[in-house]
Design a protein around this ligand. Structure first.
Ligand SMILES: C[S@@+](CC[C@H](N)C(=O)[O-])C[C@H]1O[C@@H](n2cnc3c(N)ncnc32)[C@H](O)[C@@H]1O
Length: 280
C-alpha cells in the first residue's frame, strides 16, 4: 500500500474535526430512512506519512504513518456510512485505496478529477440519499462550479479546505493580478467581482497624471471573508466559525469551512460542526 506524505499538525486537526463530525452525523441520522454516503473527493491513498516531501515548515516533521480521511471515514462505527465514495485523480493513490476496502462495505473508488466526478455523483443522488462531501485539495483544484452543484443538491453537508496561502500569493497587495492569475481566481470564486472587490483605489491623492493601481489590505482575512460570502450565497447555512490551519511558522495555509445545503437539516448540522470547530 502506498503511504503518502502530506501534512503535519494541521493535518491532524483537520482529520480530527472531520472524524468527529462524521461520527455525530451518522449518529444523528441513524433512525431515519436515508442512505448515508461519505464522499472523499480528494481521497489520497488512505494513509499519510507526516514526514513530508514538501517544505518542512509547512508540513511538520512527524515520522509515523497516520490514517488519512478515507480510512477515518471507514472507522466510523456507531452507525457506519451505507456507501463510501473515494475520488482520487492520481492512479497510484487511487489503486492504493483498493487496499482499504473491507468486505461487506459498499465502496466506490473513482480515478478521476473531482470537478468531473462530483457533478456526476450529485446528479445521480436519489431522494433518500444524504451525503457528507470532504473537499481536501492540495491547493486550488476546487472549481466554484463544483461547489455550487454540491449546494444545489440540498442533500449534502460539505467540509471545504480553502487554500488561503496559495490564493493570497495569487493576489498581490500593491497591484491587481495579471490575466492568467485573474482567470484562475475566477474559476475559484465563480466570477471576477467576487474576488476583485478586495481591491480598491488607495485613499491618498494621486500624483498628477498618475493612474493609481488598485490595492488590497495585506493579510488573509478579507480573502477568506469573500469566500465565506460565496458559500453563504449558495448553501442554506455556513458555520460561523472557520478553522485556520497554520504551519509550524504560524503561516495560515488553509481555512476549513463547513456548509450545509439541506433546508431542514442545515441548522442542526451547522450547530454540530460549529461546536466542533470551536472546541476541537
Ligand atoms: C491533501 S491530499 C488528500 C489527503 C487525504 N484527504 C487524506 O486525508 O489522506 C490531496 C489529494 O488530492 C489528489 N488530487 C489532486 N487534484 C485532484 C483532482 N482534481 N481531483 C481528484 N483528486 C485530486 C492528490 O493526488 C492528493 O492525493
Amino acid at each position: 500500500m502506498t503511504q503518502t506524505t502530506f501534512g503535519g499538525d494541521w493535518t491532524r486537526q483537520k482529520l480530527e474535526i472531520l472524524s468527529r463530525y462524521l461520527d455525530a452525523y451518522t449518529t444523528a441520522l441513524k433512525n431515519q430512512q436515508f442512505r448515508l454516503i461519505y464522499v472523499d473527493a480528494f481521497a489520497g491513498s488512505g494513509y499519510w506519512n507526516p514526514k513530508s516531501e514538501y517544505a518542512p515548515e509547512d508540513y511538520g516533521d512527524f515520522h509515523e504513518v497516520v490514517k488519512g480521511s478515507a480510512s477515518k471515514a471507514l472507522d466510523i462505527r456507531d452507525k457506519s456510512f451505507d456507501q463510501l465514495v473515494f475520488i482520487e485523480e492520481d492512479p497510484e493513490r487511487s489503486e492504493s485505496l483498493k487496499g482499504l476496502s473491507p468486505e461487506h462495505r459498499d465502496i466506490r473508488i473513482i480515478n478521476d478529477d473531482a470537478n468531473v466526478a462530483l457533478p456526476k455523483f450529485c446528479a445521480a443522488m436519489s431522494g433518500r440519499d444524504r451525503a457528507v462531501v470532504f473537499l481536501d485539495p492540495f491547493k486550488t483544484e476546487v472549481s466554484w462550479g463544483t461547489v455550487e452543484i454540491i449546494a444545489r443538491t440540498e442533500k449534502i453537508d460539505c467540509w471545504i479546505l480553502f487554500p488561503i496561502m496559495a490564493i493570497t500569493r495569487m493576489m498581490p497587495v500593491k497591484n491587481e493580478p495579471g490575466h492568467a492569475l485573474s482567470a484562475h481566481l475566477d474559476r475559484i470564486f465563480g466570477e471576477r467581482r467576487h474576488w476583485r472587490n478586495v481591491y480598491s483605489i488607495p485613499a491618498q491623492l494621486p500624483l498628477f497624471g498618475d493612474e493609481q493601481p488598485r490595492q488590497r489590505e495585506s493579510g488573509t482575512e478579507q480573502i477568506a471573508d469573500r469566500y465565506r460570502e460565496r458559500l453563504e450565497s449558495v448553501f442554506k447555512r455556513v458555520a460561523p466559525t472557520r478553522r485556520q490551519l497554520k504551519n509550524s511558522t504560524n503561516t495560515p495555509l488553509f481555512e476549513l469551512f463547513f456548509a450545509a445545503s439541506n433546508p431542514r437539516g442545515a441548522p442542526k448540522a451547522v450547530g454540530i460542526a460549529d461546536h466542533i470547530l470551536r472546541y476541537w
